[in-house]
Design a protein around this ligand. Structure first.
Ligand SMILES: C[S@@+](CC[C@H](N)C(=O)[O-])C[C@H]1O[C@@H](n2cnc3c(N)ncnc32)[C@H](O)[C@@H]1O
Length: 257
């Protein structure tokens, strides 16, 4: 295997794009057999919305992909670049998906041992098996391991890792009603002085509240150094990707415990 055969996946799930497409086509089909003009008109509007969503998601898929805009790769690189760690020892990638962050971190730092955890549920098109295949293809299988676990309750002792990273996961953790608790759980498993770099929709106030309050809470958990930067201020993102439901509320929280 080689780096060409790596499959890091795409955050836009193909089945969701296909569902919008199918819904649009079904609505068009229905409108052709319904004789009432008002209902037919409404079906056409609904079909237009579905097909517009299909087009938008296809565009985002393309921008995210390695063969297209390569945005996912640039976002992962941003997380790794903000991890101010001496690159020796154990790192944890929380919600690893198909393992991109864990594998890219291990590939960049030959002295790093990286663990990736995920619950690999049905909601996403990722798997533990693909993580292992990707690590093998990238030549880092000896220094990476992948384990099934939930981000809400990590199966590790306090301070077990020298560093932690995570990308677009915390807001997804369904069994944690308060997503700030997931950040706290991630920080729990880093040793004192260890580094962290997390990217998520941290500017979504409905999820995380006010940023200053969040940073103050993180400091109160015994974190010596914590910083925030808004993703769109340091990465040149296509305008259509800056929608609040895509990357418009993305940011990085990083620092040292
Ligand atoms: C947007 S994907 C990001 C995957 C990967 N970090 C990346 O950047 O490609 C969100 C990931 O969070 C994982 N996830 C969601 N809830 C989780 C939980 N409670 N524990 C662990 N992983 C979870 C999903 O399985 C999925 O892999």
């Amino acid at each position: 295997m080689d780096a060409q055969s790596v499959n890091f996946g795409n955050w836009i799930r193909i089945r969701i794009v296909l569902t919008f497409l199918l819904a649009g086509l079904v609505l068009i089909g229905l409108s052709a057999v319904i004789p009432v003009p008002l209902i037919r008109f409404l079906l056409w509007i609904a079909a237009g919305v579905m097909l517009a969503m299909t087009a938008y998601l296809t565009y985002v898929y393309y921008q995210f992909s390695e063969q297209g805009g390569g945005v996912q790769r640039r976002l992962w690189t941003l997380v790794i670049d903000h991890l101010h760690w001496d690159h020796h020892g154990q790192a944890l990638d929380i919600g690893t998906g198909n393992g991109p962050l864990a594998i890219l971190l291990a590939a960049k730092y030959p002295d790093a041992q990286v663990t990736g955890i995920d619950y690999w549920g049905q909601a996403w098109e990722y798997s533990q098996q693909v993580c292992v295949q990707n690590a093998t293809a990238m030549g880092v299988a000896q220094r990476t391991r992948f384990q099934k676990a939930s981000a809400s309750k990590l199966p590790f002792e306090d301070g077990a890792f020298d560093a932690a990273i995570s990308h677009f996961v915390f807001h997804e953790v369904a069994d944690a009603p308060d997503k700030r608790a997931v950040i706290r759980e991630a920080l729990r498993v880093i040793r004192k002085g260890g580094a962290f770099s997390f990217q998520d929709m941290f500017l979504d106030k409905e999820i995380y509240g006010d940023m200053d309050t969040l940073l103050a809470a993180i400091r109160s958990w015994g974190i010596d150094e914590v910083r925030f930067v808004e993703t769109s201020t340091i990465l040149n993102l296509p305008r259509l990707l800056r929608h609040p439901r895509v990357l418009g509320k993305a940011g990085l929280i990083y620092g040292r415990k």
